[in-house]
Design a protein around this ligand. Structure first.
Ligand code: PPS
Length: 571
């Protein structure tokens, strides 16, 4: 392609790891005798970006020399700039079954064969060191660090890939072009200057203004690259966002933009990640790239302090932009001037002028809680899409999750709530009482920590499905562990409301009630590992409602929960 060089990172065209049919047939036969690795969601995203050349010049998961070089000096062994490790993590149990020189199949979670990897290197990971060097912290409130320290395997394997198929997507197929395919579009449209804009949020008026200003500044057309892999927990799902992007593109001049999905699993590594995004943009043929304040930010730590300086991403990308071959268009925060009815960069506000700062998180929060969004902050069609997907609380499903000791009153309160919701009659209601679940869903499980976790996760899964379909799930297990409760909350909050109710009746009272005679048996040593007696109950730190039923009737206790739901707009 003429002019190709202006689009290339590191001098070569984008890598392409998808093999031809003949080779695929051979590999399918060989694959029958190879060990398998099932990829998780993060690894599937990485595989896809490797396969299609979005991660060029990488041609496989990194080997140890590249990994260490990336950690220490943000460069591959070949000296090409690369900010973040792209490695394949496996457990130490799996590592014990593999060796260097061997090949393995990489499969999706249904077992579909995606690629063969030829293992060149395998090594134990110092995950704390990686966290410090890549993220600048080992604090697990940082999502990227949390994944690395808790979900990443203990070993990495590295080596070249032969890809038979990219992970399958049945949605928005026309919006999933590879870097090579997208170059053909530029060629057809005769585009020479392309501005990349990557985002995990719907485009509202602020982002729209930002892209238009940047397009004018760069005299470029626009490549919109919405991230559709794993983003930040709590973000709008990508189906909704893509509908929003499609709606918003009507506001750009015809033939001035291309919308293409980016199945990237974000690390939220701030400046280093911004650099990765710039390289990705370059691989998609961009000549310019927008980097805003707090680009790829993981938010704040437990003490409310940001993990990265607001400008750090802009500074790092500008420092390396010449090397990557992309001009960075840095953006200050844009704020709204109500009197002028326009957006302006926060560093260009005249002294004493009133302005309003209204971020994507503010919009997300308002959509989720059903509050109005000011007209100046929105694009009408976008808000309509968001409201369709995220109805206000009175139209959402929700889960009431009662947790507490045996005999605390969970089931009794749950039954009163069940009757009240049936009386209100606006949503289907399901009662998932501890005992009922144990009889039906979890009859084979014991009361070990592992089995309790499985039991509670099953309840969470069912409640999540009910909530997703806009019903009410009332759950009443002991659910003694903070971690499992938090996991369920995170999952269900994606679909609707989650109301944790700690039924905090003290053990003395529960034991005195002892309706099932369980405490007596536990004290006599006839039942081992009984919660509160010789097994732990971790007290919820900040449940939405806490009720002690010592002095309350079941009706009064249920009333407290109903009032909370009324206040939050659910009923
Ligand atoms: S958990 O921890 O959430 O899985 O427990 P859950 O499914 O709610 O089951 C609790 C009921 O099982 C009875 N039971 C025990 N509870 C606690 N510890 C031990 N070892 C145990 N063995 C049996 C107990 O009656 C609980 O019923 P509730 O309704 O809570 O009183």
């Amino acid at each position: 392609m003429k002019n190709a060089s202006i689009f290339e990172y590191h001098g070569g065209p984008p890598v392409q790891l998808i093999i031809n049919e003949e080779r695929a047939t051979t590999l399918k036969e060989i694959s029958l005798n190879l060990p398998d690795i099932t990829l998780n969601d993060r690894q599937l995203c990485d595989l896809e970006l490797l396969a299609t050349g979005v991660f060029s010049p990488l041609d496989g998961f990194m080997t140890r020399p590249d990994y260490e070089s990336v950690l220490d000096r943000m460069r591959l062994q070949s000296n090409v700039l690369w900010p973040i490790p792209i490695c394949l993590g496996i457990s130490d149990t799996k590592a014990r079954t593999l060796e260097v020189g061997q090949s393995v199949t990489l499969r999706d979670q249904e077992g579909f064969l995606l690629a063969i990897m030829h293992i060149e290197d395998m090594w134990p990971v110092d995950r704390e060191k990686e966290a410090s060097l890549v993220y600048g912290t080992t604090d697990t409130t940082h999502q990227g660090v949390k994944y690395l320290l808790s979900a990443e395997g203990e070993y990495y394997i590295g080596g070249k890939l032969e890809v038979l198929s990219v992970p399958l997507h049945s949605d928005f197929k026309q919006l999933r072009m590879t870097p090579q395919e997208i170059r053909r579009v530029y060629q057809k449209l005769k585009w020479k200057r392309i501005l990349g804009f990557q985002t995990r949020n719907p485009i509202q008026r602020l982002q729209f203004e930002m892209t238009v200003k940047a397009m004018r500044q760069a005299k470029a057309n626009l490549l919109l690259l919405p991230v559709t892999g794993m983003t930040k927990p709590g973000d709008f799902d990508h189906y909704t966002r893509v509908r929003c992007y499609r709606a918003v593109t009507r506001h750009y001049p015809p033939d001035s933009f291309v919308l293409n999905l980016l199945p990237l699993s974000m690390r939220l590594a701030g400046p280093r990640e911004a650099l990765l995004h710039t390289i990705i943009a370059k691989n998609y043929g961009c000549t310019h790239f927008v980097v805003g304040r707090d680009h790829a930010s993981p938010g704040t730590d437990a003490a409310g302090k940001p993990f990265y300086e607001s400008r750090a991403a802009q500074e790092l990308t500008e420092e390396h932009s010449g090397n990557i071959g992309v001009t960075i268009i840095p953006f200050e925060e844009l704020v709204y001037l109500p009197f002028e009815d326009e957006y302006r960069s926060s560093d260009q506000i005249p002294e004493g002028e009133q302005y309003i700062s209204f971020s994507s998180s503010d919009i997300r929060e308002r959509i989720r809680t059903g509050r109005r969004i000011p007209e100046w902050a929105t694009i009408t069609e976008v808000v309509a899409e968001l409201k369709k997907a995220y109805p206000s609380p009175d139209e959402q499903g929700f889960t009431i999750f009662l947790t507490g000791l045996s005999g605390a009153g969970k089931s009794t309160v749950a039954k009163v709530l069940y009757a009240r919701f049936l009386e209100i009659g606006d949503r289907p209601v399901t009662l998932l009482d501890g005992d009922i679940v144990r009889r039906n869903l979890s009859s084979q499980l014991s009361f070990s920590k592992e089995d309790r976790d499985i039991n509670v996760r099953r309840i969470g899964f069912v409640a999540g499905e009910i909530t997703k379909n806009r019903g009410i799930a009332i759950c009443a297990p002991i659910a003694p562990y903070n971690g499992t409760r938090a996991e369920i909350r995170n999952a269900i909050e994606n679909y609707g409301g989650f109301v944790e109710v700690h039924v905090s009746t003290p053990i003395k009272v529960c034991e005195k009630r002892d309706r099932k005679g369980m405490y007596a048996k536990a004290r006599a040593g006839l039942i081992k590992g009984f919660t509160g007696v010789d097994d732990p109950y971790e007290i919820p730190e900040s449940p939405e409602v806490r009720i002690d039923t010592t002095e309350l009737t079941p009706d009064e206790a249920a009333q407290e929960i109903l009032l909370f739901l009324g206040q939050k707009g659910y009923i």
